[in-house]
Design a protein around this ligand. Structure first.
Ligand code: DPM
Length: 360
C-alpha cells in the first residue's frame, strides 16, 4: 500500500470511515454497472459506505444524432468529470470503451475490472428468430450507429442494408420489436448480459466477422488523479489480464489518432505470457481495410528496480499493483502495431473515412 494512503487511513481520514460518493449515468445499464462495482468494493471494504449519485450526460440527451457525428469526444463523461472535479463524487463508473484514450488533466482510470465477453452480438426481430446475418433475407435492414460495426459487416454481408439506430438499450430493443424498421440490430454482448437479456442474443460475432471496439466489455473506474486514498482503494478491482489487453488496445487507438468517429477494431488474446493484439482500420463501406497482428512477452522475472510502478499513467490508466515492465510492454505493443498499420497507409483510410462521415 501507498505510504501516504496508509498513513491517512491510520489517521482516520482514509476511505475506511467516510461516505464514498459514486457517480453514474442514469440509464439502466449504467446503474447496473455502477451497482456491480459498488458491490465488489463493499466486499473488499466492508466498513466503507457508498452513496450513488446519478446524472444525465450530453450523450443521453442528444438522441437524434449519430454518435459519430456529435464531435464532442467526452460525450458520456464530461458531466461526470465535472462532478469529480468539484468533489461532488469520488469515483465514477464507465464502460471503458466510452472513455477517450487521453483523459483531461487531473483524472485517471484507477481500476479496470475483469472483462465480460468483448464480442458484438446480433439481436433479431421476432419474425427472424433462428436466423443468422448470413441467412437474413436480401436487403434486410440491420440497425447500428457504430461505423466500426457497419464497415466490417457491409464487407462481409453485402446482401444487407445498414441504418443508424440511437437511444439506450431499452429504447433500441423497443424500436426493434415494436416496429418493422429493422430485421436485426447489433449490440455489445456485454451490455446484453449485464441487463439479463442474454436470451435475446441470436448470434455472437467472432473476430473473423466483426472485431470489437477498444475496451469493449470492460468496466472502468475514473477518479481524481491526486486522490491517493480512493486510488489505492479502487486498485483492488484491477484485473491484470484485462488491464494489459486494454492498455495495448488503447495505445493502438491513441497512436492511430482514432476515436469513436472512425472505424477501428481490435482483438486481443493472452496466452502463455504472450499478449497478442490484432488491429484493423476500415473505409466506411469496408471495401478498403488493413489488418495486422503483433505479440509481446509480458512475463518479466523479478529484477532489480522492478518495484511498483510510479505515478505514470498508461493511456490514462494508473495500475501500481501490476509490474511496470508488463504495462510498458503492453503499451509498446499497441504503438508498434499502430506504426505498422500507419506504414501501410492507415492514415489515408482513416482520413477519408472521417471526411466522408462528416460530409454525410
Ligand atoms: C462506443 C460505440 C458504441 C458505444 C462505438 C462502437 C456503440 C454505438 C452504437 C464508443 N460506445 O462500439 O463502435 O451501437 O450505436 C456503448 C455500449 C456499451 C458501452 C452499447 C453497445 C456496453 C458494452 C461495454 C455505446 N458503450 O455497444 O452496444 O461495456 O463495452
Amino acid at each position: 500500500m501507498e505510504n501516504q494512503a496508509l498513513r491517512s487511513m491510520q489517521d482516520g481520514v482514509g476511505h475506511q470511515n467516510r461516505v464514498i460518493r459514486v457517480g453514474t449515468r442514469k440509464s439502466q445499464l449504467a446503474r447496473i454497472q455502477t451497482d456491480s462495482v459498488v458491490k465488489m468494493l463493499s466486499q473488499q471494504f466492508p466498513a466503507a459506505q457508498f452513496e450513488i449519485v446519478a446524472m444525465s450526460t450530453t450523450g443521453d440527451k442528444i438522441l437524434d444524432t449519430a454518435l459519430s457525428k456529435i464531435g464532442e469526444k467526452s460525450l458520456f463523461t464530461k458531466e461526470l468529470e465535472n462532478a469529480l472535479e468539484r468533489n461532488e463524487v469520488d469515483l465514477v463508473v464507465h464502460s471503458l470503451k466510452d472513455l477517450p484514450t487521453t483523459l483531461p488533466p487531473g483524472f485517471t482510470i484507477g481500476a479496470v475490472c475483469r472483462r465480460e465477453n468483448p464480442h458484438d452480438a446480433v439481436v433479431f426481430h421476432p419474425k427472424n428468430t433462428g436466423k443468422t446475418l448470413d441467412s437474413l433475407p436480401e436487403r434486410s435492414v440491420v440497425g447500428t450507429s457504430s461505423l466500426r460495426r457497419a464497415a466490417q459487416l457491409k464487407r462481409k454481408f453485402p446482401h444487407l442494408n445498414f441504418r443508424d439506430i440511437r437511444g439506450n438499450l431499452n429504447t433500441r430493443l423497443k424500436k426493434l420489436d415494436e416496429k418493422e424498421d429493422f430485421g436485426a440490430i447489433i449490440l455489445a454482448a456485454a451490455g446484453l448480459f449485464r441487463m439479463g437479456w442474454e436470451n435475446r442474443i441470436g448470434q455472437i460475432l467472432n473476430p473473423e466477422d466483426c472485431m470489437y471496439a477498444v475496451g469493449q466489455g470492460a468496466l472502468a473506474v475514473e477518479v481524481r488523479a491526486n486522490d491517493q486514498d480512493i486510488l489505492s482503494m479502487v486498485s483492488a478491482l484491477h484485473d491484470p489480464e484485462t488491464v494489459l489487453r486494454c492498455i495495448a488496445e488503447r495505445a493502438f487507438l491513441r497512436h492511430l489518432e482514432g476515436g469513436c468517429s472512425v472505424p477501428v477494431a481490435v482483438s486481443t488474446v493472452m496466452k502463455d505470457f504472450q499478449l497478442y493484439l490484432t488491429g484493423a482500420v476500415y473505409s466506411l463501406d469496408g471495401s478498403d481495410s488493413l489488418r495486422e497482428t503483433m505479440q509481446t512477452n509480458i512475463h518479466f522475472p523479478q529484477q532489480d528496480g522492478d518495484g511498483p510502478d510510479d505515478d505514470t499513467q498508461h493511456v490514462g490508466i494508473t495500475a501500481k499493483t501490476i509490474p511496470h515492465y508488463a504495462l510498458k510492454a503492453a503499451e509498446a505493443l499497441g504503438i508498434n502495431l499502430a506504426n505498422l498499420l500507419l506504414s501501410k497507409g492507415a492514415k489515408q483510410i482513416l482520413t477519408i473515412a472521417r471526411q466522408l462521415n462528416d460530409a454525410q
